[in-house]
Design a protein around this ligand. Structure first.
Ligand code: SF4
Length: 267
């Protein structure tokens, strides 16, 4: 997603520079079109064009310099980040949560970092991610490709507090929480990322308008880390026809990582 942001910024800067060049050309041409008599070139006044090229004062900084100050979370250790999240009030989800659900599992170069949408009811009550029915199903998926949250997987969500009635997190909530996720990735340095469900997949790929069907089964890169998107286990439990595409996605990820499928399917 950062690459997309970079590209967008470069395009905006280029468009802005081209716009300024275009305006200068207009000024330049208007000077040339002034009605001078023959041999009267010396009276042409280019000072207005020159002033624009070399203004007296430094121009106002453009939007790329008007960014918000860097988030302090980007300087925190894992422990400090976790402790900061426990008292976080950066979005309205803090008002309705029981517990902050920060993450669980291997924090040192896990083979896979699983990113879900947000804590559900059980997760909110226990303060742990993916502990309900969908979590148990996820554990079976992981086991099917020789992975486990006890050894080589880290699990977290896009937002660390439960959205009421399990609704999708709002954009401002995801945005307020995103620095936690980015810093978790920075500190943990997973070998790969597995996004579960559309909210996590669109956030991490930056493809806000894409459907889950369009995002699943493809490799993306987040900060240089290979990333696969697939359906959320809760969605598969509701619609068993999604089992096959999920299994295809998991096999693709396992092959990429050189993992041996443990046999069978994700069941
Ligand atoms: S969801 Fe994230 S940003 Fe919002 S209160 Fe919880 S920890 Fe803070």
């Amino acid at each position: 997603m950062e690459r997309t942001d970079d590209l967008k910024e470069k395009r905006e800067a280029l468009a802005s520079a081209l716009g300024r060049t275009d305006a200068l050309m207009d000024d330049f041409l208007s000077v040339l079109k002034q009605d001078f008599g023959p041999g009267n070139k010396s009276s042409r006044d280019f000072s207005s064009v020159a002033e624009k090229i070399l203004p007296d004062e430094e121009p106002e900084p453009e939007t790329r310099n008007n960014r918000e100050p860097e988030d302090e979370r980007f300087h925190m250790s894992y422990e400090a980040l976790c402790s900061d999240a426990m008292g976080c009030t950066r979005c309205q989800l803090c008002k309705t949560r029981t517990n902050v659900v920060f993450g669980i599992g291997c924090t040192d170069r896990p083979v896979v970092m699983v990113i879900g949408e947000g804590p559900g009811e059980n997760e909110d009550l226990q303060g742990l991610p993916f502990v309900g029915k969908a979590g148990q199903y996820l554990d079976r998926w992981l086991a099917a490709i020789s992975l486990s949250r006890d050894t080589n997987v880290y699990i977290t969500n896009t937002v660390k507090c439960r959205p009421p009635q399990n609704r999708d997190p709002f954009p401002d909530e995801k945005s307020a929480c995103f620095a936690y996720l980015k810093q978790q990735i920075q500190l943990i340095r997973p070998q790969s990322i597995l996004c579960l469900g559309r909210p996590a997949s669109t956030l991490m790929t930056g493809q806000a308008d894409s459907s889950m069907g369009a995002l699943r089964g493809r490799f993306f890169f987040f900060d240089g880390i290979p990333m696969m998107c697939t359906y959320h286990p809760a969605a598969v439990l509701r619609d068993l026809s999604l089992k096959r595409p999920v299994w295809e996605d998991l096999k693709k990820l396992a092959k990429y990582l050189g993992l041996a499928p443990a046999g069978g399917s994700n069941g």
